[in-house]
Design a binder for this molecule. Structure first.
Ligand SMILES: Cc1cc2nc3c(=O)[nH]c(=O)nc-3n(C[C@H](O)[C@H](O)[C@H](O)COP(=O)(O)O)c2cc1C
Length: 301
């Protein structure tokens, strides 16, 4: 009997749906026992978000400052799991505060130490550098990363910004203004996520994960887009500066967050299309020099 734990946090329910979809083939298997653990914070976050609350979580999210979480059930803490699926969403190019708080808590050490882990992100589309931060957090608790599934909104970057804002501020996953596509991970990708559970199943039964990530990638588990990784890196550099300044000047927090909001809008709609055009023109050269290697790296673990 293999014991598998699905860890997740989700405001809208999207990551909960993804977790249950991936778990379906495991639940059908008599040799596997599946548990779910939903991370719950003592201080919760609003959903739908107000604009003020949405930007107010930026400095603490980006600087990975943890908050207090409620302890997981005793039964979960006392079970010696063979395998863990860790689901997370990205907040400001960083694992969300609830997941960061869990990974930095004493409970993460108890649950994850020495355990093989597959990470599953459900983000808008910028997950690559957040995954690097999750890798460090997993290493800190001696967990063993054996696979990664990164589910995203596959629509154009600028469209997905409009649609996610509508989703986050209305709380409804709908076609914004009746014309845009639905935001987030598509219903089809969520419904079909069971294929990843099916791929992982024989590996977790064997306890040997060699070749598993390649199989997951072939099935569509990772969506590498060169421009998004490039923006992710640039965004991380700027967010580091902004978040340090805001945290160092608590008296000016409100005004600085307001300025940060306008900076983000300008960066997305003013700077990013120009950078995109330049990088598109240079694509053949950059592919040979950078993207080919980068793709293999981010598709790996
Ligand atoms: C405060 C906040 C910041 C976010 N920042 C990012 C981001 O930097 N990159 C990204 O791809 N998605 C970002 N998202 C989208 C989330 O990763 C996620 O897809 C969405 O919040 C749905 O998650 P849920 O399962 O908690 O409902 C952000 C969402 C929130 C609420």
């Amino acid at each position: 009997m293999k014991k598998v734990l699905f860890i997740y946090f989700s405001q809208s329910g999207q990551l909960a749906e993804i977790a249950h979809s991936i778990a379906a083939p495991l639940l059908d298997n008599a040799d596997v026992m599946v548990d779910f653990y939903e991370v719950k914070m003592v201080q919760s976050f609003p959903f739908p978000w107000t604009s003020e609350a949405f930007f107010d979580v930026f400095p603490e999210s980006f600087q990975q400052l943890p908050g207090e979480i409620h302890p997981p059930d005793k039964a979960i803490l006392e079970t010696d799991y063979d395998f863990v699926f860790l689901h997370y969403q990205v907040w400001y190019l960083t694992p969300s505060i609830p997941i960061n708080s869990f990974l930095k808590s004493k409970y993460a050490q108890t649950i994850l130490k020495g355990k093989p882990v597959v990470t599953v992100s459900g983000s808008r589309n910028m997950w690559a550098l957040a995954q690097e931060k999750v890798k460090i957090l997993l290493r800190d608790v001696d967990a063993i990363l054996v696979g990664n599934i990164a589910l995203v909104d596959k629509h154009h970057n600028l469209i997905s910004v409009i649609t996610i804002v509508d989703w986050m501020f209305s709380g409804i996953k709908r076609r914004a203004y009746g014309v845009f596509p639905k935001p987030g991970v598509s219903e089809t990708d969520i419904a079909e996520a069971g294929k990843y559970g099916k791929i992982v199943l024989p590996y977790l039964k064997k306890g040997n994960f060699e070749g598993m990530q390649r199989e997951l990638v072939v099935a569509g588990a990772v969506n590498y887009r060169f421009f998004l990784v490039s923006m992710d890196k640039k965004g991380n550099r700027m967010f580091r500066i902004w978040s340090s300044i805001i945290l160092r000047k608590p008296a000016k927090r409100k005004r600085l967050l307001q300025a940060f909001k306008y900076y983000v809008i300008f960066a997305i709609y003013g700077i990013s299309p120009i950078v995109y055009l330049i990088e598109l023109l240079l694509y053949p050269v950059l592919y040979v020099l950078k993207y080919r290697k980068e793709k293999l790296y981010y598709e790996g673990i």
